[in-house]
Design a protein around this ligand. Sequence first.
Ligand code: SF4
Ligand code: SF4
Length: 272
Amino acid sequence: MTIALKQRISQLLSSILFNSAFSGFITGSIYQGKFKYLPCPGFNCHSCPSALLACPIGAIQLFVSFGAYHVSFYLLGFLGSIGAVGGRIVCGWACPFGLMQDMLYRIRLPKIKVPEIMRKMKFFILFFVVLGVAYYTKEPWFCKFCPMGTLEAGIPLVSMNADLLQLTGWLFCLKISILAGFAVWMTVSKRPFCQTVCPLGAIYSFFNKISFLRLKVNKKKCIKCNLCADVCPVDIKIYQEGGGSANCIRCFRCTKCPAEAIKITFNTTLQH
Ligand code: SF4
Ligand code: SF4
């Protein structure tokens, strides 16, 4: 079985598992059982009728807005543990929104790369919008415009509840426009949301240099064939950026390097 196929199966099973409270789609309500106390490792809206777990980004905003100490050590510990083991591995193997982006990119259309400068934007979103704006306004502003929230929660809940449908206005239209804009972008660029916006990916990316499981690139062995960049779902040249790149989502597709310059390693030392 190829790495790509294993990755797809893992993404699909994770997406089903994170959204296995199926009865919500019959009742038109949100699951609020005890599993909602657990954070979801991937990017998945907790207001989706079938969402079993809590979105960590939604939860972080609630804590910075209303938490007694403006921080949840439970959440930090959860995300930190995952990051310490595999860096951004969840982005590559278990994120429902990542799967959707990978699928939309398969549509045969002319392709364009995400500009390098836009990759830094996710850190601005994390620190300014998710932490700063939520703290000062006491409102989860990122959730209000999150395209995953619109797709998984806004559209199904509004279509199943006549009362909510009557309440939709300019904000809902703006949310739909943002989702549509990203959906179009996803057909022509590799994972534009992961590369430019995702605050969860930004958090995990801090661990890519120090995680236990990581990529090791031997630049001396590399013959610059560019095969690793061609198969990379986030369009990076790992032989230039190095195995600890914050942009790498640890899908491991590039380990099929013909010069055997890229290896998966298990380390306890810092990486440059
Ligand atoms: S696939 Fe291997 S040899 Fe080719 S550019 Fe990437 S690291 Fe270098
Ligand atoms: S550099 Fe390799 S492991 Fe990282 S995202 Fe690209 S293909 Fe996957």
